[in-house]
Write a protein that binds this ligand. Structure first.
Ligand code: NAD
Ligand code: WQD
Length: 352
């Protein structure tokens, strides 16, 4: 452990993609983890896999943040030191079609959580925000001082929760909140036991590439080849999910000794184009990824990448794993679990 005493952490949405990797990071630093999830976008099959990786049992409660009573019971059963809050709906397109569902799940759910925390005297929160709050950035790399802009209802939920948390910290000096603005998390745990398992057609690039490589889809549609970028395709800041997971433990340890409200970018600082990612994946996996360049996806922007220096300065965090590791680990997860968690079978652990 990094010089911090062991904490008991509630991980809301801990069965999901980033949450499950964060549970591993927390357990590895000696913290006790309790997962709360309604499994609306995840599978209980992740739990034995987490135990297999960490060697410790993972407490998990089926709780929906939209309902108050079970949440209150959860806080009365455990004495949490802090909460890490991943539980949200996250599909941009779906949020445009069903904004009220997003407002209810992501905003009302968070208000319920904050009320339960206040009632139980739990005052530290790490919140999963997103680079989506920068909308169409005026300049890259993006610093935390950049203008924020809502371009879809999902993004609105992230910005509203950041603002609610800021008001709460102002009103009650005991509350401490870290808003972590993730750029584009990809990859998987090196064991291949946990990873990203989208339901239906993946919205995001890396899971789509993985499903093409494993034979579940015929080809990748590259959305736009005429952006003002070096190869004409969109540029993003992909970061390894295990690096991202570490940032949550760093943020919790920061909050243990600092007052107030913190907002930091989490990215590598490197812009990678769609075609660069496809080539890196082909090299790492040995599979070919057929693609076709098609029209731009509405709402997409040309270039988004972080200035991650504030996370380095305040949290001592930086990304360590390179693009090859991101692709290698994403492919290991996909090739060991072609249908994701749907087949209830633990594979032998293979180390890279
Ligand atoms: P995910 O869907 O895999 O995980 C979210 C988890 O929350 C799921 O297990 C889901 O079942 C649970 N959940 C949702 N609503 C709930 C509710 N009302 N009550 C209880 N559990 C609920 O998503 P992820 O990719 O792991 O993302 C985690 C967080 O990070 C989300 O808040 C997301 O908005 C944010 N984020 C994700 C990305 C990304 O590219 N994956 C980027 C930026 C920010
Ligand atoms: C990356 C690049 C696409 C799919 C989204 C959300 C954002 C955040 C992360 C949660 C872009 C291109 C994609 C495909 C493609 N999520 N692409 N073919 O758009 O940066 O961000 O996920 O907070 O809010 O908006 O990520 O992975 O969808 O796209 O060509 O099938 O890949 O055009 O250039 P994005 P992405």
């Amino acid at each position: 452990m990094a010089g911090q005493s062991s904490m008991c952490i509630l991980v809301c949405g801990g069965a999901g993609y980033i949450g499950s990797h964060t549970c591993v990071a927390l357990a590895e630093r000696g913290h006790r983890v309790v997962i709360a999830d309604n499994f609306s976008n995840s599978s209980p099959q992740v739990l034995p896999r987490l135990e297999r990786i960490t060697g410790v049992p993972m407490a998990c409660e089926r709780v929906d943040l939209r309902t108050k009573a079970p949440l209150a019971r959860l806080f009365s059963r455990y004495r949490f030191d802090a909460v890490v809050h991943f539980a949200a709906l996250k599909a941009v397109g779906e949020s445009c079609a069903r904004p009220l569902d997003y407002f209810h799940n992501n905003i009302s759910g968070t208000i319920n959580l904050l009320q339960a925390m206040e009632h139980a005297g739990v005052r530290r929160l790490v919140f999963s925000s997103s680079a989506t709050v920068y909308g169409n950035p005026e300049a890259v790399p993006i610093t935390e001082e950049a203008r924020v802009e809502v371009t879809n209802p999902y993004g609105r939920t992230k910005l509203v929760v950041e603002q609610l948390a800021s008001d709460l910290c102002r009103a009650n000096g005991a509350f401490r909140v870290a808003n972590l603005r993730y750029f584009n998390p990809v990859g998987a745990h090196p064991s291949g036991l946990i990873g990203e398992d989208p339901t239906g057609v993946p919205n995001n690039l890396m899971p789509f590439i993985c499903q093409v490589a494993v034979g579940r889809r015929r080809k990748l549609n590259v959305f736009g080849g005429d952006y003002p970028t070096p190869d004409g395709t969109g540029v993003r800041d992909y970061l390894h999910v295990t690096d991202l997971a570490e940032a949550h433990t760093d943020a919790l340890e920061y909050l243990a000794s600092h007052d107030g409200n913190l907002t930091v970018n989490l990215g590598t600082g490197n812009g990678i184009s769609v075609l660069e990612l496809v080539r890196a994946f082909e090299n790492a996996s040995g599979r070919s990824v057929p693609f076709e360049i098609v029209a731009r996806r509405p709402g997409d922007v040309a270039e988004v990448y972080a200035d991650p220096s504030m996370a380095r300065r305040l949290l001592g965090w930086r990304s360590r794993l390179d693009l090859d590791a991101m692709c290698r680990d994403a492919w290991r997860w996909q090739s060991m679990n072609p249908e994701g968690y749907r087949r209830n079978r633990l594979h032998p652990v293979r180390r890279p």
